[in-house]
Design a binder for this molecule. Structure first.
Ligand code: PMP
Length: 384
């Protein structure tokens, strides 16, 4: 359970495929395979050819503060944010990372004062993304230390608060909760895209993290980007990545650029009636959430969060959030929801990993159709 992707998933692909009741359905991790079908339909639109002589140098753009950032990738990031209107890119430096996971570690390093006498506390409001505490404390750094639930943080000391919006695991829209002068905020906006939530404003925070894993579904490419206002912070993040991996795969950046541009093209050259990438994602998420809510109503043993609708500036429509994870609560006195569902051969991640009670579990909504259908069918039949 170290990261969002666990090796336990490897065994489950074949088992969940055949709808028999003994098959294990693994929805523990957030593997975004739901998007495979869309990209299959796009055929060669996102294919690239990279010859042996290309991507040889360590360097991409020596004039850029982040010298391993491929300019094609940077241009694609800015283009897509402008079209979607979810973020203000002006006034920000772009730092590319091997997934936003590497950028998370780079940002902690970059924000820590070098002369502090004790590690700075890193906090996030519970339920928080289960990888935050693990990634923060893994190397027992002397610079920073996991400080737990931001709601309970009472030290009169500097701190870093992670604001994840929409939140993993519960899909809520979030604001900082500690609100003290000594605080530094990091906004993890991995899910701030219109298939998951109405885009209500263009975010313009000091440090914002994004990833192709959740925006386009390409978790395996391992590309994320940070938008950072402060030049020194961006420089120190770059320094971390240089010491950690001497840059970020050029091949991956070029592939990510091609994919982000294909998403942007689907919006830009959209003759009436054709589906954009985000419409495709939204339609599928809406169908899945309806299907899940129907299964939960039928079973009567569980509950799900309710969301109020908001107007999306990108689609000009009002809709309710459709989070990438279902934050399911076991009712009727079932205290350990993860174990209860495991008895029914449904693998989920229990509330304790997210800093809350084990009555809750997190379930991925982004797996392949067949597994998701199988899951909702099985859940609707659990009644004792
Ligand atoms: N932040 C959040 C909130 C996430 O849910 C995830 C993926 N589960 C990540 C960061 C990490 O993404 P990446 O694959 O880019 O490392």
């Amino acid at each position: 359970k170290y990261l969002d992707t666990t090796t336990s998933s490897l065994s489950s692909h074949s088992t969940a495929a055949n709808h028999d009741s003994s098959a294990v359905i693994d929805l523990d991790h957030g593997d975004p395979t739901m998007y495979e079908r869309y990209w299959q339909q796009m055929g060669d639109k996102t294919s690239i050819v990279i010859s042996g002589w290309q991507s040889i140098s360590y360097f991409s753009d020596v004039k850029n503060l982040c010298w391993f950032l491929e300019s094609e990738f940077a241009t694609a990031v800015v283009r897509l944010h402008k079209l979607v209107g979810n973020v203000v890119t002006e006034g920000h430096h772009i730092v590319v990372g091997t997934g936003s996971t590497q950028l998370f570690q780079a940002v902690l390093y970059a924000l820590c004062p070098t002369n502090a006498t004790e590690p700075i506390s890193v906090v996030s409001a519970a339920p928080f993304y289960s990888s935050y505490p693990l990634m923060t404390d893994f190397l027992k750094s002397g610079l920073f230390k996991w400080g737990g639930d931001a709601h309970k943080f009472s030290k009169e000391k500097p701190y870093i608060e992670l604001v994840t919006s929409p939140n993993n695991p519960d899909g809520s829209s979030r604001q900082p909760v500690v609100n003290r002068n000594e605080g530094i905020l990091v906004h993890d906006l991995a899910y701030y895209w219109p298939q998951y939530t109405p885009i209500s404003f263009a975010a313009n925070h000091d440090i914002m993290l994004f990833t192709v894993s959740k925006s386009t579904g390409h978790a395996g490419i391992r590309i994320g980007w940070a938008l950072v206002k402060d030049q020194d912070v961006a420089k120190r993040m770059t320094e971390f990545i240089v010491l950690n991996t001497i840059g970020v795969s050029k091949d991956s950046q070029l592939r990510a650029a091609k994919i982000l541009n294909a998403v942007a093209d689907s919006i830009d050259d959209n003759p009436k009636g054709t589906e954009t990438f985000f419409q495709y994602g939204y339609n599928l998420m809406e169908m899945r959430w309806n299907q899940l809510r129907a299964a939960v109503n039928k079973s009567r043993l569980f509950s799900l969060p309710n969301f109020s609708s908001g107007t999306c500036t990108f689609t000009s429509r009002s809709f309710e959030p459709l989070p990438a994870f279902a934050w399911l609560k076991c009712e009727a006195g079932i205290e350990d929801c993860e174990s209860f569902l495991r008895e029914h051969k449904i693998l989920t991640r229990g509330g304790k990993h997210f800093g809350v009670s084990s009555e809750y579990v997190r379930i991925s909504m982004l797996d392949r159709d067949e597994k998701f259908d199988h899951f909702t069918q099985r859940l609707s039949k659990i009644n004792s």
